[in-house]
Design a protein around this ligand. Structure first.
Ligand code: FAD
Ligand code: NAP
Length: 592
């Protein structure tokens, strides 16, 4: 663990070159030093001597890091660029991309913090003494949360930097741009800082770090792994200036969010609304159409019902029309509040407005025009690739969030990056054929952490009906229940009228099946640890499991996931919602 007081570890590009040169020279003293300099750690010569590098990767996030390290492991000489442009609110961070700095990692830690909050209340029922009985009484230390998560992220930034060094990948902390199909230009930093790019997370501008001198490198292959950034609509006056995004929320130490409006009904808005609400902040979500519009309808409705029951307010059909700060610029000391005027002319005052209205690929300043790569859609800036991640230019590839029509998920970026590196740099297979294994985008599991987790893999019921030719070819099995622990502790709704006013059943399961064999093509679970549960079951879907296989599976008791071994209520036989809601029982099990 790196403490925030430790000064950033600073390395220069020359340091890397000299260090690896010295290491190689020591091990190969009979060879010509220039020959050695052109070798990498594994001793494999660069594939194309006319290029300085075999591979240049632009972007040190999930996909870029994985691709660079995998390529180096297979003997390629690799350089990786990573540079973070500050957010609209001037937040910046270190090496590792979205996931570690402003995505999955801080989000999951805040999700965990939210779960601790509600479990503390359940704990009282089971004998834990607590001083604060009501959520309104609880004091939450936002500053401490952000500081400690920030420290953990800095330690990850550091380990990512070390892992590049260990893999013998050269890391350049600079914004890369295409000059031509094999050449990248960049303004070199005067020093390399693993923890921040243009400024540190405490907000001090590091004016010394960038130089105006342009340098260039060339490489046989180039991988674009620049990811995406939050999109805040430009047509809402005040939104860009005064709202924050997921790029800011995890680093905003100086001011607790307070009463917050989350704009958007997707993953990020709901996840942020969920943890902020659980920390005790008055939280609303402005939803343009429907929450989780592209997911299974029953599961989206369940998430809305559950989040509503713990205090999140959903503003359906409402979006901000204008955001006005209620503090004048010369009134710097007063607490700034924001007046939001909605599309229906309603007005409300918030401490924070957080936009989570989708993300756009970070391709604007990449110099794509210099290599004739067109972005496929001006609105999202994404790049089209073929099934081998190749762009319109033969030696240039793209992976991760920057690619059009692919899931924006960390494990997707990682696997695409590793497979690409293997295809480019592994020796031929034993039968002499080329390694052609490509990314399989079918049955990719995902989970939304709201804090009621919703895990899913495969098709939603409505998408299966569309894909498989109508309702007559699709049967769904549904079940809903309250997890054993909550049934016992009687977790109350937010603002419960009495001790019987408990939250609705917190678990929901659905299997979407097709054809005579009832092959399971959609798995949906709302419930505790849905991420873990869905990860396991997703293998069954990939292997082509049918409903019969789920029925033959023996449950683990008492768990919620065992419900999937005993799904009996068919969509075609349901007359009312009560038909698939358990009464009593023991969580997901069949006993009782
Ligand atoms: P990124 O990780 O975004 O990395 C791109 C890197 O390239 C960045 O460091 C960027 O600064 C850098 N860069 C850009 N342009 C240049 C340039 N010209 N030169 C040099 N460097 C450049 N996914 C999950 O699977 N699970 C989750 O729970 C999850 N939660 C999320 C929560 C939030 C709030 C967000 C925003 C995302 C979440 N995601 C989650 C999505 C996940 O973070 C992304 O899918 C993943 O990070 C994409 O990886 P990538 O390599 O494509 O891009
Ligand atoms: P998203 O899931 O695509 O949702 C965007 C939301 O914003 C939608 O509800 C959309 O409404 C709404 N919206 C778009 N433009 C709007 C506007 N102008 N005004 C009001 N609302 C608007 O995007 P996201 O939440 O930003 O997340 C981006 C991606 O990151 C996700 O797709 C996901 O792949 C990844 N991610 C993953 C996780 C995870 O794995 N747990 C967590 C966070 C993020 P409509 O439905 O009406 O279009």
């Amino acid at each position: 663990m790196i403490s925030s007081s430790i000064k950033p570890f600073v390395l220069t590009r020359d340091f890397y070159r000299i260090r690896s040169l010295a290491k190689s020279y020591h091990n190969n003293s009979s060879k010509n030093i220039f020959e050695i300099f052109n070798q990498n750690k594994t001793g494999v010569k660069p594939l194309q001597n006319e290029y300085e590098y075999d591979l240049a990767v632009i972007g040190g996030g999930s996909g870029g890091l994985a691709c660079a390290k995998e390529a180096a492991r297979h003997g390629a000489k690799v350089v990786l660029f990573d540079y973070v442009k500050p957010s609209t609110q001037n937040t910046s961070w270190g090496l590792g991309g979205t996931c570690v700095n402003v995505g999955c990692v801080p989000k999951k830690l805040m999700h965990y913090t939210a779960l601790i909050g509600s479990m503390k209340k359940d704990g009282e029922y089971f004998g834990w003494n607590s001083t604060s009985k009501e959520r309104e009484d609880a004091t939450f230390n936002w500053e401490k949360l952000v500081k400690n998560i920030g420290n953990h992220i800095r330690s990850l930034n550091f380990s990512y930097g070390s892992s590049l060094t260990n893999a013998n990948v050269e890391y350049i902390n600079a914004e890369a741009k295409f000059k031509d199909t094999n050449t990248i230009v960049y303004a070199p930093p005067k020093k390399l800082d693993l923890f921040s790019s243009t400024k540190n997370n405490d907000g001090d501008e590091d004016k010394e770090s960038l130089s105006s001198v342009t340098e260039e490198v060339n490489a046989k292959y180039i991988v674009i792994a620049v990811g995406g950034r939050p999109h805040i609509p430009e047509d809402v006056p005040g939104a860009l200036e005064y709202s924050i995004s997921s790029d800011d929320i995890f680093w905003r130490k100086e001011k607790a969010p307070g009463k917050t409006l989350c704009v958007g009904g997707g993953y990020i808005s709901l996840e942020c609304a969920g943890f902020l609400n659980e920390f005790g902040y008055d939280t609303s979500v402005a939803v343009r159409s429907k929450i989780l519009r592209t997911f299974d309808d029953d599961c989206a409705d369940k998430i809305k019902e559950l989040m509503g029951s713990i205090g999140v307010t959903f503003l359906s059909g409402k979006v901000p029309k204008q955001i006005i700060p209620l503090k004048s610029d010369d009134d710097a000391d007063s607490d700034s509040k924001l007046k939001v005027i909605f599309n229906d002319n309603d007005e409300e005052i918030y401490d924070t407005v957080l936009y989570a209205t989708g993300r756009v690929a970070d391709t604007k300043n990449l110099g794509l025009e210099n290599v004739n790569i067109n972005i496929s859609n001006d609105a999202n800036g994404k790049i089209s690739t073929n099934e081998y991640d190749q762009t319109a230019v033969e030696n240039i590839f793209a992976i991760g969030d920057v690619v059009e029509n692919k899931p924006e998920l960390t494990p997707v970026a990682i696997q695409a990056g590793e497979l690409l590196a293997k295809r480019l740099f592994t020796a031929k297979k034993s039968d002499g054929s080329k390694n052609t294994m490509k990314m399989d985008y079918d049955f990719i599991p995902t989970t939304i952490f709201t804090p009621f987790e919703y895990g899913t893999v495969g098709f939603s019921e409505k998408d299966a009906i569309l894909k498989y030719g109508g309702e007559e070819h699709v049967e769904s099995y549904l079940w809903s229940w309250t997890t054993l622990e909550l049934e016992a502790s009687k977790r109350l709704k937010h603002g419960a009228a009495d001790d019987l006013d408990v939250i609705p059943p917190n678990c929901f399961a659905k299997l979407v099946c097709v054809g005579e064999n009832e092959r399971v093509v959609g798995f949906h679970f709302v419930g505790p640890n849905a991420g873990e549960v869905t990860q396991g079951f997703s293998l069954a879907l990939r292997l082509g499991a049918c409903k019969y296989d789920f029925d033959r599976l023996v449950g683990i008791h008492p768990t919620d996931a065992e419900a999937f071994t005993a799904m009996e209520v068919k969509r075609s036989e349901i007359k009312s919602k009560d038909d698939y809601v358990a009464v009593g029982g023991c969580g997901g099990g069949k006993c009782g």
